[in-house]
Design a protein around this ligand. Structure first.
Ligand code: SF4
Length: 70
């Protein structure tokens, strides 16, 4: 069995300001919950460079890479 490590975006829900910028930039990856904070629902639906831009643009720096097993 081969275990592959991939990196996926994660959001610190306690720091998210709910501005919606990430959901507008990559709606295939991020969405706002009824509570008004963002969540990752499609972690591999965009290229890493596009996710990195969202990470760089988040006004409160609450989006981070997380290494996960594939
Ligand atoms: S850009 Fe950052 S602060 Fe704004 S909704 Fe997304 S995760 Fe939250």
């Amino acid at each position: 069995m081969i275990i592959m490590m991939i990196k996926v975006p994660r959001i610190n829900r306690y720091e998210c300001a709910g501005c919606g910028l990430c959901t507008l930039s990559l709606p295939e990856v991020f969405r706002l919950t009824p509570e008004g904070i963002s969540e990752v629902y499609g972690p591999t639906n965009a290229k890493p460079a596009a996710v990195q831009k969202v990470i760089d643009d988040c006004p409160v720096n609450c989006v981070h890479w997380f290494k996960a097993n594939n």
